[in-house]
Design a binder for this molecule. Structure first.
Ligand SMILES: Nc1ncnc2c1ncn2[C@@H]1O[C@H](COP(=O)(O)OP(=O)(O)OP(=O)(O)O)[C@@H](O)[C@H]1O
Length: 375
C-alpha cells in the first residue's frame, strides 16, 4: 500500500460478542483495506449493517479490532501484530456523529471550546491559543456571529456546523463523520452537502465519511469504498463506481441501473459484446471477461435512448409501460421482453404509455460485471 497515504487501514477484522469455541467467528468487518491521501474525502458507502460504522469506530478507537493495522500520518494507532492500541482520546482525531452531542447548557463558543478545555490542566493549550483556535473554527463554519447564543437556539444545520467546529478546534489530521446529515430535512441535507464539501476543501482536512445515501457519496467524495456484508466491494472515484462498477453488488447499489443478464460473445481490450435474450449489447468492463462468461450488464437509465418503433419486432424493442414527469426529464418504465427497464429521457416530446419503442445504448453507460456466484 502507498506509503504516502495519510490514512492506512490494513487487514482489519472486527467481531462482536466474543468467540464461541468450535464455531466460526462471525465478523462484522473482515479484511478491510483502505487508504486516503492527504486532503481526500473518502466515503464508506453501503446498506445498513454492512460494517461502515464499525470500520469508522475502529479508526476512531471506539472499538478494538480483532486483527489489523491502522496508521494515521505515519503514527500507528492500532496494530494487532505489535500489540499497539492507542486510546480514542489520545488519537487526536476529529469526530462528528449522527447525534451531534452538543451541550444544551452551554453557548456556541463554550461548546466549540469544550474539547480544548477538558483533560488535565497541564495538557491544555494556553487560554490565548484556545481563543484563537475557537474563533478560527467558528469562522470556518460561519458561526462567528452566533458565538454568544445558546446552543439550543440553533437550527439543525447550525447545530451540525457547531459539531463540525468542535471537531475542527482540535486541528485533527483526520476527520471522521458518521452520517452527520441524517437528522436534517431533505432540503437542508442537500444544502449541507455542498457546505460540507466546500468546508472540507477549504480546510484541506482528510475526511472519512459514512453514509448509506449514494447521491451524498457521489456528490461529496474524492473516493468511495462501496461495502457489503463486512467487505469492501470496490474503491474508486464517484465516476468509477457509478460508471464502471466492478461487481454486481456495486452495479445494483449505486444508481438505479438496469441489470440484464447474458453471455459474453466477444471480448476486446476493455469492451465486450454480450448476448442477452433481448438482443446484443456492447459494454465496457473493468474485469477480465472471457468469451462464454456469464455476466450482468448494468445500463444506466440516462444511457438509454428511446425512439418510436413500428412494423416488425426486432432487437431491443419494447413498449412504454408508464411515465413520470420530473420537470427537465421524464422517467419511463419500459417493458422489454419479460423485463421492466428504468429509462430517463427528455421531457420535451414525451412518449405516451403503450408507445412501441426501440432502445439504443451509449456504450459508456453500459458496464459488464461478472455474475456473482450466489445469484
Ligand atoms: N455493539 C455491537 N454488538 C454486536 N453487534 C454489532 C454491534 N455493532 C454492530 N454490530 C453488528 O455488526 C454489523 C455491522 O454493523 P455496523 O453498525 O458497522 O453497520 P453499518 O453499515 O454502519 O450500518 P448502519 O448504516 O445501519 O449504521 C451488523 O451486523 C451489526 O448488527
Amino acid at each position: 500500500m502507498d506509503s504516502n497515504k495519510l490514512l492506512k487501514v490494513e487487514g482489519l477484522y472486527k467481531s462482536y460478542g466474543g468467540h464461541q469455541k468450535g464455531r466460526e467467528r462471525n465478523y462484522a468487518v473482515a479484511d478491510i483495506n483502505l487508504s486516503a491521501a492527504s486532503g481526500d474525502f473518502l466515503t464508506l458507502l453501503g446498506p445498513s449493517g454492512c460494517g461502515k460504522s464499525t470500520t469508522l469506530r475502529c479508526i476512531a478507537g471506539l472499538e478494538s479490532p480483532d486483527l489489523g493495522t491502522i496508521t494515521v500520518a505515519d503514527r500507528v494507532l492500532f496494530s494487532s501484530d505489535n500489540g499497539i492500541s492507542v486510546r480514542a482520546n489520545q488519537r487526536g482525531l476529529g469526530m462528528v456523529f449522527q447525534s451531534y452531542g452538543i451541550w444544551p447548557h452551554m453557548d456556541v463558543y463554550k461548546n466549540a471550546a469544550f474539547p480544548l478545555q477538558v483533560g488535565e490542566k497541564k495538557n491544555r493549550p494556553p487560554a490565548k491559543q484556545i481563543r484563537e483556535r475557537v474563533e478560527r473554527a467558528l469562522e470556518v463554519v460561519q458561526l462567528s456571529d452566533f458565538a454568544g447564543r445558546s446552543a439550543t437556539a440553533l437550527s439543525g444545520g447550525q447545530q451540525q456546523r457547531l459539531a463540525l467546529a468542535r471537531a475542527l478546534v482540535m486541528e485533527p489530521p483526520l476527520l471522521l463523520l458518521d452520517e452527520p446529515l441524517s437528522n436534517l430535512d431533505a432540503k437542508l441535507r442537500t444544502d449541507m452537502r455542498f457546505e460540507l464539501k466546500r468546508l472540507q476543501h477549504e480546510i484541506g482536512v482528510t475526511t472519512v465519511y459514512v453514509t448509506h445515501d449514494q447521491s451524498e457519496a457521489l456528490a461529496m467524495s474524492t473516493n468511495i469504498a462501496v461495502m457489503s456484508n463486512g467487505k469492501v466491494e470496490q474503491v474508486g472515484s464517484p465516476r468509477e463506481v457509478y460508471g464502471s462498477p466492478a461487481a454486481e453488488f456495486v452495479a445494483r447499489f449505486v444508481g438505479s441501473a438496469n441489470l440484464v443478464s447474458g453471455t459474453v460473445t466477444s471480448a476486446s481490450g476493455d469492451g465486450v459484446t454480450v448476448k442477452t435474450p433481448d438482443g446484443l449489447i456492447t459494454a465496457s468492463t473493468t474485469t477480465d471477461l472471457a468469451v462464454g462468461a456469464d455476466v450482468f450488464v448494468s445500463v444506466r437509465p440516462e444511457s438509454v435512448t428511446l425512439t418510436p418503433a413500428g412494423g416488425e419486432r426486432g432487437e431491443w424493442e419494447g413498449v412504454v409501460d408508464g411515465s413520470a414527469y420530473l420537470g427537465m426529464t421524464m422517467e419511463y418504465r419500459v417493458k422489454v421482453g419479460d423485463t421492466e427497464w428504468n429509462v430517463s429521457g427528455s421531457s420535451e416530446s414525451p412518449l405516451a404509455d403503450g408507445t412501441p419503442i426501440r432502445l439504443s445504448f451509449a456504450k459508456h453507460g453500459c458496464a459488464a460485471v461478472p455474475m456473482a456466484a450466489a445469484s
